[in-house]
Design a protein around this ligand. Sequence first.
Ligand SMILES: *[C@@H]1O[C@H](CO)[C@@H](O)[C@H](O)[C@H]1NC(C)=O
Ligand SMILES: *[C@@H]1O[C@H](CO)[C@@H](O)[C@H](O)[C@H]1NC(C)=O
Ligand SMILES: *[C@@H]1O[C@H](CO)[C@@H](O)[C@H](O)[C@H]1NC(C)=O
Length: 364
Amino acid sequence: MRSLTLPAAMALAACVSATPVAAPASKDLAGLADHLSSYITGFKNPSIVPSVGGKALCVSGIVDVTASATNHEFLRQASTNRTELTELLLGLFQINSTLPATIFGKPTQVSGTFSIYSQLCFPQDTLTISDTQGYTTFNYDRLGVGLSDHPDPLQVVQAELQIAIVHGISELLRSGALAAYKFEKVVAVGHSYGSIVTYGWTKEYPHDMDAAVLTALDLASVVNPILYSELPAGYITSSTITGLQFSFFRWPAYDEQLLYNAWENAQPLTLAEFLSGASILASPNTNFTGPVDVVDGEHDQANCAGNCLLPVDQTAPAITDFYPAASKSSDHYIAPGSGHFVNYHYAATGAYEHIHNFLKKNNF
Ligand SMILES: *[C@@H]1O[C@H](CO)[C@@H](O)[C@H](O)[C@H]1NC(C)=O
Ligand SMILES: *[C@@H]1O[C@H](CO)[C@@H](O)[C@H](O)[C@H]1NC(C)=O
Ligand SMILES: *[C@@H]1O[C@H](CO)[C@@H](O)[C@H](O)[C@H]1NC(C)=O
């Protein structure tokens, strides 16, 4: 099985980590612009804007999510010293390192109500179905990312709590607490660290979602980690654009402007959520029986040591190893030429087409 141990590389968190897609929107949602008061239900300080492509209407704002989880005590001090932080990671990733066993201590309960910046986008009308595919999408800033809360990066922001939060979000979506609409079908969609959260979510709460799409499922790597100056020590990201390129991009399969865009919009992840991700992937998910789709970039550096086709397509065993109970209509796809950040490469279009076909094939 892949990714059971931390690979010797690095990490940067994408802004949006897990995206349940509630689908498809029924016709009565089409006129929601006329029903603003229900549209903004559950959002604090809501704003309503068209989607980037202009074909969907989105409500954005803070959603209060109540969650509790069993984290583990993080036994190291956060360092603000780049040399020390880099050395800690190198020590952790050293072959047969004994350091990982000294990072986490006893289980600790965490709970609270967290402010999670969220966006819910409805297709504006059924005519635009070819643009939006007719799905209503929900995406959010993971705890510790973007406009969501930034609590203690080491004791609070860990993988288990991230899973509890996305579970809380799905309960809000299904119960009608958001947009006063009860979503009956939910498809979980993750990217990179968001796929680790999605993996744990499909295992601990297999009834929350009807299908799951995991893109770039792995622990990516942290190059020359730095701290976000305005955030507490323990929030880390790549310190150079070259580090970002090295870990997540493959030339010439992307438009260079998107590398700069990714660099300008980079968000941190915490040392503790990064390291706690390993245990989430440590055993197969025998709980989830729905369809699963695994999508990787052909040249994903951290996931496949740069070649996901060697010795054979690595996305197929990802399903059989991680999801032995998944539906036979599961699928997988390699995005040609792409690095880890599939969304930033030319191959993204083909990957999205594949994912939409996977959903249609499974009657979503
Ligand atoms: C960073 O840590 C190293 C190793 O502990 C130490 O030698 C160095 O002086 C520290 N640098 C700063 C700027 O504090
Ligand atoms: C590393 O550990 C594994 C078992 O955990 C062992 O099989 C292997 O021999 C060790 N490698 C080295 C170089 O000691
Ligand atoms: C999921 O599977 C694990 C064993 O891998 C089990 O302990 C757990 O109770 C299961 N959870 C659900 C919700 O089925």
